[in-house]
Design a protein around this ligand. Structure first.
Ligand code: PSU
Ligand code: MN
Length: 304
């Protein structure tokens, strides 16, 4: 990799000294949440990572420069910027070469984190196999990236607007370990329980870090997915959420929304029809993931 990477001061220092670092994506800031909740959440998430002993590295492209670790002013600028490209693997080089502002999805964040030597990454929910993928072929590049790039992604599962059973099948086919933290079933983003049995359950950051170490020693290919259920007090149970999700997907289909626009549209529509409840849960689960990711990064640094 010869791409020049720009770091915030604290990330630069942490990478030099081998201190634990947690990568954060930015599509959630530009396309996943409205302003000002997006910037408030981004700041709180960074604070949680510091409180838990690691350094946050929010990843984005600013005027064509790839940043791994944003200064606060840059974060605020990104959260308010218009015309930000949603960058997955296919879009990153375009944003960089054309001098654009771009936010990174799970896939592009993994690429950049790996290039910078950051092994743990916290997000809300990954992209996956969309409902109706058998006709649309809409499968998020996040799954391909998890199969390819050795970064551990801490999530609340796949966003429940997706087809979760198909998403788990693809992850299995592509050889991605899926570990649920302290629960027997895979979470469904806004809900703690999708009803689907977790491929693996582990109960401590120590044990998860051991798995990551073993995977790294075995081969340098492919990431791992940790699915971390949202705290009980913050969840919207599947029984309540599924009606909302169906309504939002129907609206997306009616309006002819496709490809990269589907996820942002559905998240925005859900925010409206749940009267802000979906966003509250989304914020809670991202914070919860940031905490676990920081604990994992600390454990990993101890092992090395
Ligand atoms: N998690 C959230 N909100 C988001 C996303 C994840 O809580 O907006 C973003 C992530 O960046 C993820 C992307 O990679 O949605 C998936 O988009 P697509 O389905 O188009 O691949
Ligand atoms: Mn897609």
């Amino acid at each position: 990799m010869t791409m020049k990477i720009y770091h915030s001061k604290e990330v630069e220092e942490a990478l030099k000294t081998g201190a634990p670092v947690v990568a954060l994506e930015s599509t959630i800031i530009t396309h996943g949440m409205p302003y000002p909740q997006n910037v408030e959440t981004a700041r709180e998430v960074e604070a949680i990572i510091r409180e838990n002993g690691a350094i946050p590295a929010t990843i984005a492209v600013l005027e064509g420069k790839l940043h791994v670790g944003l200064e606060d002013a840059e974060l605020v600028e990104l959260a308010q910027a218009k015309d930000v490209m949603k960058c997955s693997r296919a879009d990153l080089s375009i944003a960089i070469a054309m001098g654009r502002n771009g936010s990174t999805t799970v896939a592009a964040t993994m690429m950049a984190a790996y290039a910078a030597g950051v092994k743990i990454f916290a997000t809300g929910g990954i992209g996956g196999v969309h409902r109706g993928a058998e006709t649309t072929f809409d499968i998020s590049a996040d799954l391909e990236e998890l199969a390819r790039t050795p970064v551990c992604v801490v999530s609340a599962g796949a966003k429940a607007l997706l087809d979760i059973p198909k998403t788990l099948e693809v992850l299995e086919t592509r050889g991605v370990p899926v570990i649920t933290y302290q629960a027997d079933t895979v979470p469904a983003f806004w809900s703690r329980d999708s009803g689907l049995k977790a491929p693996y359950r582990l109960d401590s950051p120590e044990d998860i870090a051991k798995v990551l170490k073993a995977r790294e020693e075995f081969s340098s290919q492919g990431g791992s997915l940790i699915t971390n259920p949202v705290p009980a007090g913050d969840e919207i149970p599947v029984s309540e959420m599924s009606e909302f999700i169906t309504a939002s997907i129907e609206e997306a289909n009616k309006q002819g929304i496709t490809a990269k626009d589907v996820t942002p549209f559905v998240l925005g529509h859900l925010f409206e029809i749940t009267k802000g409840r979906s966003l509250k849960t989304n914020i809670a689960l991202v914070k919860n993931n940031a905490k676990l990711a920081a604990q994992l990064a600390v454990q990993l640094a101890k092992q090395n």
